[in-house]
Design a protein around this ligand. Sequence first.
Ligand SMILES: Nc1ncnc2c1ncn2[C@@H]1O[C@H](COP(=O)(O)OP(=O)(O)O)[C@@H](O)[C@H]1O
Ligand SMILES: [Mg+2]
Length: 396
Amino acid sequence: MKRVLIIGAGFLQDFVICKAKEMGYETHAVDADPNAIGFKHADHYAVVNIVDEKACLEYAKANNIDGVLTAATDYGVLTAAYIAKEMGLPGLKYEVAQLIKNKYEVRKCLYENHVDDTEQAYEVHEDTNIEELARKIVYPVMVKPCDGSGSRGASRVDRAEDLKEACEYAIAGSITNRAEIETFITGREYGAESLVINGEVHVLGVMQKWMTKPPYYAELGHSIPSDLKTEVEEKVKKCVTNAIKALGVNFGSVNMDMLITEDGKVYIIDIGARMGGNMIGPCIIPYGTGVDYMAAMIQNAVGDSVDLNKEDKCAVATRLLAFDGGIVKILPNMEEVEKQFDVEIYHHLEEGMKVNEYHTNLDGCGYIVAKAETLKEAVYKAEAALDYFKRVIFEE
Ligand SMILES: Nc1ncnc2c1ncn2[C@@H]1O[C@H](COP(=O)(O)OP(=O)(O)O)[C@@H](O)[C@H]1O
Ligand SMILES: [Mg+2]
């Protein structure tokens, strides 16, 4: 029985833990939160901060693991790469993991390799002369933490006089105190999920993304198949593959966000060298493409042969449980809601819980997943269920 270590044991990593267990692997998990849900399902676990590379390595060595992976969080990527390197296991090269975690370095690499059309990008930190930079920039720009996630700290700037505040806001949201400034792209947002096996890139799926209205830039849902014209989707796949090669990603999952303009230009805006969040692994890719994505990811991590065979697929639409905020008064019977709207619900709502107005991914309370023959039908079901939640749960 091979032993697999999952870095992180939260809500989204728990799906990976359960999958690995179901596949017959011995599962190990680490997380700083002693109440992490994944600990309930892992065969073995330890309360360890996932950014603490040395402590996680110690656990991995003591348990003689055969494979290591993380999912749906950027914080575990370096640690997984570190353990793989130190123990000679399949993994992402450590230098690549270091490069990937800085959005500015990623952007520079893509630009130098002519992977997409973005031109302007600057890195700023506390000592940068922002007044001087503000004069030479072409507006509008997007300012975001170099190492952000879930859209925290990101804002659009249209005028030189507003740059400083946006930079301070983004730097405050960065653990390395660095922000990136790049051209603001007006387009529709898409995501791509890929798996690199033995250095070969497999683009598993291209999804359309539903986002909040400015000034917030948070995800509201996904759908697959994308509504892109075949030639644009092919271009996306080529850009994704070229980006993965240019960055030197040699192993594992890659989750990418991109903006596509009306005239079909593709701009890559965000790359994570790990499985995407928001139910991409457990639902969107397997239901929407027929590939058992998490199984393939786990097989890849322990060095077993990887099965990318396709079973049946359908159209899938998801919606985040994203609300205007309030106290949860009524929690409906979820099984009944699932039946009534023909959807799946994954949530962490609780009666009496305070819900924030949805500004970043962290404000989400879970997911609605709808499957159907057509995209339109799937979107309809997911939205009908979301409307129901919005109407019912905050009522007196
Ligand atoms: N250059 C840009 N132009 C327009 N919108 C952008 C740009 N960069 C980021 N965004 C918006 O902000 C969101 C968050 O940015 P992203 O780089 O994906 O950060 P995070 O790591 O927080 O997900 C994106 O999903 C997108 O909607
Ligand atoms: Mg993103």
